[in-house]
Ligand binder design. Structure first.
Ligand code: ASP
Length: 442
């Protein structure tokens, strides 16, 4: 296995995990065995990735900004990043809306299926939690998301993975301030973060050595926890619309890479595939972030000045896959439960709210569904039917979450390349292996 490229190793781990999960599903003691011996391995891996996310963002963003030498360059990069992020997201929502309105997956859903799904999931713990989060968010002001970006305690922000934007905010302040003080005084702190950055990137290499085994555990767990096939089949048409939309997004990214950055789209896919496969296996762009950063910087050649800003910001605010899914899911729920809501003005509201919702979605599994409730609420979907809408699509949410997270990560990497190219910061790859500078024995 050692001589195989990393993405092949991960793929083999994933396929074996799926087969193992099917085997465990058909064995009486399978669930218990998975719970005690396999699932924890996947959990440990995701925890290790999350462990290094905050130090990596802080160290690389400080290095990135202080290397810029000039604040106006940072402003230029920030504006371009936000502009490209918003454009790709609006494009994704438009693709989702076009597909769902043409194919109309909601048409084929029988009353019997709705009742079955409602009875099975309407009181589900996870759906109740999502509804509670939505009710909490309704009490907040419209500008709350900006208020939430500003930390009042830097250490608290750094101790919570959910507060990534607060960490980014604080780190940008440090980076800019470093540019404004005398170089001699800035140097010790810069050197410290340079060194920390190298160390954390090395940690990514080390953690990735275990990735093929970890994805085995993660996918086996997904299979053991999946719903029975008859429910999945009832929602097949809806799920296919989402998947086709997501595939179109990948084609869109590959075209952008080829046309704008003049790099081969197949080469891009090969370089970024370990991050895509991990996004698929973990359903979390935040957990995948360290790997995305390593791939984009070392394997694609995007300068750290760009990647250290564009990627952490993208992981939190740019979710093209999620927003496409929200558009499809919202219209699907209307087609099944509230056909009178299917008017043009509501489709326009979906474009705006799905864009804002994808910015507000946390980069963790299942976050897109909470935001879907916000989208539905904005178009006036009857509130007593909101839990039924969630129950309707809940069964296929996990597999769709895996696919949309892979698209979210691909979108971030593409935008990093585009912004880098536009600033003349797309260079040559400089791949570092985990043991490049190590001379001793293991
Ligand atoms: N799991 C997605 C992500 O981390 C968010 C979502 O769509 O639920 O990017």
């Amino acid at each position: 296995m050692k001589n195989l490229a990393l993405h092949w190793q991960i793929l083999i781990g994933m396929v074996s995990g799926i087969l193992f999960g099917v085997l465990m599903n058909n064995w009486v003691g399978g669930n218990d065995f998975m719970f005690h011996w396999i699932t924890p391995l996947g959990t440990i891996f995701v925890k290790m990735l999350k462990l290094i996310a905050v130090p990596l963002i802080v160290a690389s963003l400080i290095k990135g900004i202080s290397d810029l030498k000039d604040i106006s360059k940072f402003r230029k990069m920030g504006l371009r990043t936000v502009l490209v992020y918003v454009t790709t997201t609006v494009f994704a929502i438009t693709i989702g809306l076009s597909l769902v309105n043409t194919i109309k997956p909601g048409k084929g859903i029988s009353q019997e299926t709705i009742i079955k799904l409602k009875n099975k999931y309407a009181d589900n713990e996870s759906i109740n939690e999502k509804m509670a989060t939505f009710k909490e968010s309704k009490k907040k002001s419209n500008l709350q998301f900006i208020v939430d970006m500003v930390p009042d305690n830097a250490f608290k922000a750094m101790s919570e993975n959910k507060l990534m934007l607060q960490v980014i905010f604080f780190t940008i302040l440090i980076g800019i301030s470093l540019l404004l003080i005398e170089e001699k005084l800035a140097k010790p702190l810069k050197d410290f973060f340079d060194s920390l950055n190298e160390v954390v990137l090395k940690m990514v290499d080390l953690i990735m050595l275990t990735a093929p085994y970890a994805v085995f555990a993660l996918l086996a767990t997904v299979i053991v926890n999946s719903e029975d096939a008859s429910i999945l089949l009832a929602l097949l048409k809806y799920a296919l619309v989402v998947v086709v939309g997501l595939l179109l997004m990948i084609i869109f990214y590959l075209s952008l890479v080829s046309i704008y950055t003049k790099r081969s789209p197949f080469w891009f896919l090969k370089q970024i595939s370990p991050a895509q496969l991990l996004a698929f296996s973990t359903s979390s762009s935040a957990a995948t972030l360290p790997v995305t950063m390593e791939r984009v910087e070392e394997h694609i050649g995007v300068d750290k000045e760009v990647s250290s800003f564009v990627l952490p910001v993208g992981a939190t605010i740019n979710m093209d896959g999620t927003s496409l899914y929200q558009a499809v899911a919202a219209v699907f729920c209307m087609q099944v439960l509230w056909p009178e809501g299917l008017v043009f003005s509501n489709q326009l509201i979906i474009i705006v709210t799905a864009l804002l919702a994808s910015i507000g979605s946390a980069a963790v599994p299942g976050a897109g569904m909470v935001m879907l409730v916000i989208v539905l609420d904005a178009i006036g979907f009857p509130s007593d039917m909101l839990p039924i809408a969630l129950a309707l699509i809940f069964a296929v949410d996990r597999p769709l979450d895996m696919c949309r997270t892979a698209v979210n990560v691909t979108g971030d990497a593409t935008v990093a390349m585009i912004v880098a190219k536009s600033l003349g910061k797309l260079g040559k790859p400089h791949i570092k292996n985990w043991d490049d500078s190590y001379k001793g024995d293991i």
